[in-house]
Design a protein around this ligand. Structure first.
Ligand SMILES: C[S@@+](CC[C@H](N)C(=O)[O-])C[C@H]1O[C@@H](n2cnc3c(N)ncnc32)[C@H](O)[C@@H]1O
Length: 145
């Protein structure tokens, strides 16, 4: 498996279930990998945190319920619905990446109002071309600076 199983992974749970059934026996190791979140930050040459501030990693489904309280930097994974559009009127920047770490990598960053339609277009094109997409983004609010 690629990526870092510490983030929204189901592989380890599946392996444990298989072992519990007792039909096969095996051992496995977890090798620390580079998560899409780390790749995203590195490719945009930014950090996930600002000085003495927290960051929250969450899902598109949770972001759709509202921007998390007490945090201005939010990393969003598992978002099939482009929930960032909901925040296009905020004073915020987005750092978006698709197919991170692969030859098809696409990066977009900037004020969310400007970047949002561009991401939407690129995402739709890429999805139509490849048949699937994996994307992750950091939303950085400024209004509470
Ligand atoms: C089930 S989670 C697994 C994440 C994995 N543990 C990791 O470290 O990347 C799947 C989500 O991770 C993100 N993701 C995984 N690989 C990605 C990639 N190469 N580029 C962008 N996002 C990716 C997407 O948000 C996707 O919806």
């Amino acid at each position: 498996m690629w990526g870092d199983p510490s983030l929204y992974d189901s592989t380890l749970g599946i392996l444990e279930e298989v072992l519990e059934r007792g039909a096969v026996a095996f051992e496995y190791d977890v090798v620390p990998g580079i998560s899409s979140v780390s790749a995203l930050a590195a490719r945009h040459r930014t950090g996930l945190t600002r000085v003495a501030r927290p960051v929250q990693i969450t899902t598109g489904r949770r972001l759709a319920e509202g921007f998390p309280a007490d945090v201005d930097d939010v990393v969003v994974m598992l978002d099939a619905h482009q929930t960032f559009r909901q925040y296009a009127r905020e004073d915020a920047d987005i750092y978006w990446g698709a197919y991170l770490g692969t030859p098809d990598e696409i990066l977009v960053s900037g004020p969310i109002a400007e970047a949002s339609p561009r991401i939407e277009r690129l995402r739709a094109e890429a999805r139509a071309r490849k048949g699937w997409i994996m994307d992750t983004y950091l939303l950085r609010l400024h209004s509470r600076d």
